[in-house]
Design a protein around this ligand. Structure first.
Ligand SMILES: [Zn+2]
Length: 501
């Protein structure tokens, strides 16, 4: 039962400018009503919650993840690039039932809450195409966890073998025979299901909202992308896609369209303020300007980009071009965890390899702004990402006796650069405490753990997935991309004794 009024007393409250001061927070009907000096008077009916020795921060907002990845933790081999990973992505969800879809989203939500994240944008996949029951199961898991989420069915009308020109021809005959007939769900069927999902949304949009996730532009025909954009406009919902995530995508886009991916998407009318682009790594200067002009937002995923060797996104240039940037973790199989603290720290650290001018680096405060208010804009939630009157009471309590806060000098800097989620003590979402004293109050994590192991054993057997090793076809796809000069990237390593400024 949520008390109508709650007063949080004794905490150190982080403000939007990065300062921290002892303040009390009054909450009414899930919203922050007032933040004022310690001990300020409230009516007797308010429930008092102690935040002594805790720092209070706005819940982190994950701008890009995939809840289906949680049940696939540990299934992505060590040295695997994006294209190698995508080769097996369909088969890894093939045998799941509705309960498995719910379970994966519940596991994903439990991890995010534990690590101080209170809202996310989830592109969730079903094989061979989305179903109303499947998306409803994912949304239900978020509702049951108490988290906010934007849930988008991840859809396409091409497989990787149709998306990468020359790939099928490059495969040995016996492998080609296995994969040549793979098809995505028919377009009309996909859109009819999506329309049904969007027209019959049964969840409280204050917490769980629908969206559409055309997976990767190269995996979608132009007709498919345009229909996605039209359906999103019709229902007034956001769209998210993976844009120029790998060098292969950037290069193959150029070869296929005779112009950059971004130029092409602009030409077919796909770019808009509804759209957010996850990753956005392999962009030219014109592309960042184009994204800025069109109002496209970007979800930056530094941990996944490093894990898959995809590259380093030009975040500084995007910000200069007026692009709204949020921070995401990507799924907990390709990032090995949905840790928004880690992703936020990496966003700041990684900006330092882009150039030597320290003034251009992304500061701890900026990175924190991206991970809260920036990501909130990607999700399209207007009143999250900040502790201020009128905002949702999505509040994370951090223990100040954690080593990286001792001694305490610069709370925000010490949090962004030192926190790993272990200090998260209490999490409140919309005024409701969902995590307290290291325990999730909304879902039974012991049960989830047992169900997850049972499901993993059963699904691996059903899918014939070799655990912890890449398949032959995945290695062949990796070799194909490498042969085209399309894998990874390297940093210039030339010693310049003149030391540029
Ligand atoms: Zn992704």
């Amino acid at each position: 039962m949520i008390a109508r009024r709650t007063i949080i007393r004794g905490g150190l409250v982080l403000d939007a400018a990065g300062g921290a001061a002892a303040k009390d927070i009054l909450i009414q009907d899930g919203l922050i009503l007032a933040i004022d000096a310690p001990g300020f008077g409230v009516s007797d009916d308010a429930e008092v919650l102690s935040a002594a020795d805790r720092m209070l921060i706005p819940g982190l907002v994950n701008a890009h993840t995939h809840s289906h990845g949680a049940l696939n933790r540990g299934a992505v081999d060590d040295k695997v690039s994006l294209e190698m990973f995508l080769t097996g992505a369909g088969s890894s969800t093939r045998s799941r039932g509705i309960d498995d879809k719910y379970l994966s989203a519940a596991l994903s939500a439990a991890e995010m809450i534990r690590k101080g994240c209170t809202a996310c944008f989830d592109l969730t996949v079903e094989f061979p195409g989305p179903t109303r029951e499947g998306i409803s199961a994912v949304a239900r898991a978020y509702r049951d966890s108490g988290m906010r989420a934007v849930v988008a069915p991840m859809i396409a009308d091409r497989t990787i073998y149709q998306a990468l020109p020359g790939l099928l021809e490059a495969l040995p005959d016996e492998v080609r025979a296995q994969v040549a007939d793979m098809r995505a769900a028919p377009i009309d069927q996909t859109f009819s299901v999506c329309d049904e999902i969007l027209s019959n949304w049964e969840f409280d949009r204050r917490f769980v909202r629908p969206a559409l996730g055309p997976t990767i532009p190269l995996y979608c025909s132009d007709e498919f992308l345009v229909r996605c954009a039209e359906l999103a406009t019709q229902h007034g919902i956001p769209l998210q896609t993976h844009l120029a995530e790998s060098r292969a995508q950037g290069a193959i886009g150029q070869a296929r369209y005779g112009r950059s991916l971004v130029e092409h998407l602009d030409a077919i009318g796909f770019l808009s303020e509804r759209l957010s682009a996850a990753h956005a790594i392999w962009l030219g200067d014109d592309d960042t300007a184009r994204l800025g002009q069109a109002g496209v937002k970007v979800a930056h995923n530094p941990s996944s980009n490093l894990r898959l060797g995809s590259g380093v996104a030009p975040v500084r240039q995007m910000l200069k071009a007026g692009v709204t940037v949020g921070i995401g973790t990507d799924a907990s199989n390709t990032s090995d965890g949905q840790n928004m603290f880690e992703a936020t720290r990496l966003a700041s650290y990684l900006s330092r390899i882009e150039g030597p001018a320290t003034a251009q680096w992304i500061s701890a405060q900026q990175a924190f702004g991206l991970a809260t208010e920036g990501s909130a804009k990607v999700l399209g939630f207007e009143r999250i990402g900040r502790l201020a009157p009128g905002y949702e009471a999505d509040i994370v309590f951090l223990r100040l006796d954690s080593p990286h806060f001792v001694p305490l000098r610069a709370p925000l800097l010490q949090m962004v650069f030192g926190e790993n989620g272990a200090s998260v003590d209490t999490v409140m979402i919309g005024g409701r405490v969902v995590f307290r004293d290291g325990k999730l109050l909304t879902l039974d994590e012991a049960v989830l753990r047992r169900q997850a192991q049972e499901a993993a054993d059963r699904l691996d057997r059903a899918d014939g997935t070799p655990r912890g090793s890449t398949t032959v076809v995945s290695q062949l796809v990796g070799a194909f991309c490498a042969a085209q000069g399309c894998l990874g990237h390297k940093l210039p390593r030339k010693l310049n004794l003149a030391c540029e400024g």
